[in-house]
Design a protein around this ligand. Structure first.
Ligand SMILES: C[S@@+](CC[C@H](N)C(=O)[O-])C[C@H]1O[C@@H](n2cnc3c(N)ncnc32)[C@H](O)[C@@H]1O
Length: 228
C-alpha cells in the first residue's frame, strides 16, 4: 500500500468539505514528526518498508567499522540502527529523534541492544544536538533534511558532533521525485541534488561528494557525503 493510499484509509475526516486538504496536512505532519497511534503503529512500519533500499545505500557509503561511534538523526522506524548494531563490537550506534513516539518505540524494540550497551536512543533536535563536540566517527540521516528549520545550521551541528576527519552522509529524495507526492507541498523543503553539497560546504565540510541513483524510479536516492 502506498503512502497516499494509506492516508485515505486513515480516519481523519473533517466536516465542511476540507477533508482532502486536511488529509495532505495530516500526512505531511506525520512524516515530519510521527505521533499518536498512526505514527507509532502504521507509519513506523511503513517507513521501514519504503526506505530499506536507501538505508542500505547509506550504510554502504558510511564505510562503518565495528569500533565506530555512530549517530543517526531522525531514525523513525529504526531499521538502520538495527542493521548497524549487529555489526558492532566495541562501537555504539546512537539515535536521536524529536518524536517522543519514535523514541519510545525504539526503546521498546531495542531493549536488548540498549541493555548490552551497543545502542542508545534519545529525544533531540537537529537544531541543537544533545551531544558534546567531537563525539562521533560517523553521522548520517535519511529523509529528514526536508524538515530542518535551518539547513546550514543543521549541517553545522552535524559537523560539530563529528570528530575531526569524521564522515557524514545525508540521504534524501530529489525535488523532482518528491514533487510527485502532493502532500510534500505542506511544510517540506525540497532540494535539487546539486544544492545539497553547496549547503554542506557552507557549513565547513570538505571532500563533499554527491551521487544520484535510481533516477526516474518511484524512489530515487540522493546521497551526499562530506568530511568534518
Ligand atoms: C520521514 S521520517 C524518516 C525516518 C527514517 N529516517 C527513514 O528514512 O525511514 C522523518 C524522521 O525524522 C524525525 N525528524 C524530523 N525533523 C527532525 C528534527 N528537526 N530533529 C530530529 N528529528 C527530526 C521525525 O520525527 C521522523 O522520525
Amino acid at each position: 500500500m502506498s503512502l497516499s493510499e494509506l492516508a485515505r484509509t486513515a480516519n481523519i475526516s473533517q466536516p465542511c468539505g476540507v477533508r482532502l486538504v486536511t488529509l495532505k496536512h495530516f500526512m505531511a505532519e506525520q512524516l515530519r514528526k510521527p505521533s499518536g497511534w498512526f505514527g507509532s503503529v502504521i507509519l513506523r512500519r511503513l517507513l521501514n518498508r519504503m526506505n530499506m533500499a536507501i538505508v542500505e545505500s547509506t550504510l554502504s557509503r558510511l564505510r562503518l567499522e565495528p569500533y565506530h561511534q555512530i549517530l543517526e538523526i531522525g531514525f523513525g522506524g529504526g531499521d538502520a540502527m538495527a542493521l548497524i548494531s549487529r555489526c558492532l563490537t566495541t562501537g555504539v550506534v546512537s539515535g536521536v529523534d524529536f518524536s517522543p513516539e519514535m523514541v519510545r518505540e525504539a526503546e521498546r524494540r531495542f531493549r536488548r541492544e540498549i541493555a548490552n550497551g551497543r545502542l542508545r536512543v534519545q529525544l533531540g533536535d537537529i537544531a541543537a544536538l544533545p551531544f558534546a563536540s567531537a563525539t562521533f566517527d560517523r553521522v548520517f540521516t535519511i529523509n529528514t533534511i526536508y524538515f530542518w528549520p535551518d539547513t546550514v545550521q543543521g549541517f553545522g551541528e552535524i559537523r560539530r558532533v563529528l570528530k575531526s576527519g569524521g564522515l557524514a552522509v545525508i540521504a534524501l529524495r530529489s525535488r523532482e521525485n518528491m514533487e510527485r507526492i502532493s502532500f510534500t507541498q505542506h511544510g517540506f523543503r525540497l532540494f535539487s541534488p546539486p544544492e545539497v553539497p553547496l549547503l554542506m560546504q557552507q557549513a565547513g565540510f570538505t571532500n563533499v561528494e554527491l551521487t544520484h541513483e535510481r533516477r526516474g524510479t518511484r524512489y530515487d536516492e540522493v546521497l551526499v557525503s562530506g568530511i568534518a
